[in-house]
Design a protein around this ligand. Structure first.
Ligand SMILES: O=P(O)(O)O[C@H]1O[C@H](CO)[C@@H](O)[C@H]1O
Ligand SMILES: O=c1cc[nH]c(=O)[nH]1
Length: 251
């Protein structure tokens, strides 16, 4: 007999709202869920912590996917299997371009598929692009919240720690805005499964490769107030964008 729960995230197979915000950290999912009316924890397994509730009268899912695209895509796939049709990721990222302040938002238009998992699912030529309506909804919500934001291509990279390759310099020269670890997997899966998806990222410093020079930069520290304030703003922006998309859907 088929279980009522999906195997990896343990989310229910049926009955979830169609619109979801996903975040990396379980504690961020819990903090975000506290903003919802009628918040209910519907699943907790491994790094996947999932809530439902309503935001401005729109039923939503809030879930964590952990660090890294191979694990995150399992949640994205199970959300799709459970009937979720719109997914926005609110994450953190390192800035790759001068002039992008800590705590500001980068709204992804597309992502470089260096995620370490989608290459095993589809050809490398397949694009990872955000749904245009998701980009515009995130932009509108950021504007309405007075949140400093930028738009551009982000680099999704499986490795967080710097290695021995000189790729960051090359990508920086192409104008890439920010680096994070999961978004391209969400965008590719969404295109292939007919979902609407996008992402906004709170800048928590420069990219990790630059932050190894701790004396010059202070190192990677995503625990600063400027980042926490940015995340607090960012989750509201993502939820507001989800509402805009739900209204477009007539929900
Ligand atoms: O803040 P989250 O959503 O976890 O995003 C970023 O932070 C983690 C690395 O510290 C990676 O998951 C990266 O994508
Ligand atoms: O994935 C991430 C997140 C923040 N900074 C980085 O360099 N990479």
């Amino acid at each position: 007999m088929t279980s009522d729960l999906l195997p990896i995230s343990r989310i229910p197979r049926t009955g979830l709202p169609e619109h979801a915000v996903v975040v990396g950290a379980p504690e961020r999912a819990a903090d975000t869920a506290e903003l919802l009316d009628g918040c209910v924890r519907v699943a907790q397994h491994r790094e996947y912590l999932t809530f439902t509730g309503t935001w401005k009268d729109v039923p939503v899912v809030v879930a964590s996917h952990g660090v890294g695209a191979p694990g995150a895509i399992l949640l994205f796939q199970e959300l799709a299997d459970a009937g979720v049709s719109t997914i926005l990721r609110l994450g953190t990222a390192g800035a790759m371009r001068a002039g992008i302040q800590d705590g500001s938002l980068v709204i992804a238009e597309a992502a470089i598929r260096d995620d370490g998992v989608t290459q095993q699912l589809m050809p490398p030529e397949y694009p990872a692009f955000a749904a245009p309506e998701a980009v515009l909804a995130l932009q509108q919500a950021a504007k309405e919240a007075g949140a400093q934001h930028h738009r551009g291509v982000v680099w999704t990279r499986a490795a967080f720690q710097p290695g021995w390759l000189e790729l960051p310099g090359a990508y920086a020269r192409t104008g890439v805005t920010a680096i994070e670890m999961e978004l391209s997997a969400l965008l590719v899966l969404a295109s292939a499964r007919g979902l609407v998806a996008g992402g906004a990222l709170v800048v928590d410093g420069a990219n990790a490769d630059e932050l190894v020079d701790i004396e010059a930069t202070g190192g990677y520290d995503p625990h600063r107030k400027v980042v926490a304030d940015g995340v607090a703003r960012g989750v509201r922006v993502a939820l507001d964008a989800l509402c805009l998309l739900a209204k477009e859907d007539g929900k």
